[in-house]
Design a protein around this ligand. Structure first.
Ligand code: CA
Length: 225
């Protein structure tokens, strides 16, 4: 799962990111409000940790924009000790939780885990289904329900497939895929998205699925089945 940390104090951002990565989350960091909003609107994050006091645009404004754009990431706000008004605004605007600064990193991580577990439970199960496909999220096993053939999906391909299955029949841009799978800091040139997509298409064929990932000219890709 991918988490965005929007925090201008680099030392704090680094501690949060290091700890989250140790918990096996993918993490991106934005150091100011504008960049934070821009990244949040990419809609590739499962959770956003959002500081309130930020250069260029504050966390409450970002939260409002994120909610207006129907971004479905969970939001945990970082608030100042004295900022009772801030806390109330956070909940009014739709934050899922807040942590008061200064905080223990373990407390923040625990709250992240709670939010993401809640999100998982809301999905009800570990199985993602689309058309004749059934993807087991725990075991990374993809099964074709028509043929009962299964195949194990390696990590990067799994991230791609999961994203396609969660955004079925929508056109997804190359940038979204890169960001989702390799992170916003990644060097696009060095990652061969096409190669991974072709591995994935082959696996779909191998198990006999009718689902395909089609290229949509100039726009990106779309999963159809
Ligand atoms: Ca700050």
């Amino acid at each position: 799962m991918r988490i965005l940390v929007v925090e201008d104090e680099e030392a704090i951002a680094d501690i949060i990111a290091t700890k989250l990565r140790a918990e096996k989350y993918e993490v991106d960091i934005s150091f100011d409000g504008e960049e934070g909003l821009y990244n949040a609107l990419s809609n590739i994050y499962d959770l956003i940790i959002l500081d309130i006091m930020l250069p260029k645009m504050n966390g409450i404004e970002i939260l409002k924009e994120v909610k207006e754009n129907n971004i479905n990431a969970k939001i945990i706000m970082l608030t100042a000790k004295s900022g009772l008004d801030d806390k109330l605004s956070c909940f009014d605007t739709g934050a899922n939780d807040y942590v008061t600064k200064p905080f223990h990193i373990e407390e923040l991580i625990a709250r992240v885990n709670v939010q993401l577990r809640v999100k998982e439970n809301n999905k009800v199960k570990d199985i993602l289904e689309y058309s004749d496909l059934s993807l087991n999220i725990r075991t990374s096993t993809l099964t074709c329900l028509e043929t009962s053939e299964s195949i194990n999906i390696p990590y990067r391909e799994f991230l791609l497939l999961e994203y396609f299955m969660n955004n079925r029949e929508q056109i997804i841009s190359k940038e979204q895929l890169y960001d989702k799978v390799w992170g916003i800091e990644s060097d696009y040139e060095s990652n061969n998205l096409e190669a991974y997509l072709s591995f994935l298409r082959k696996k779909l064929k191998v198990i006999g699925s009718k689902v395909n990932i089609k290229a949509v000219r100039n726009l990106g890709y779309k999963m159809e089945g």
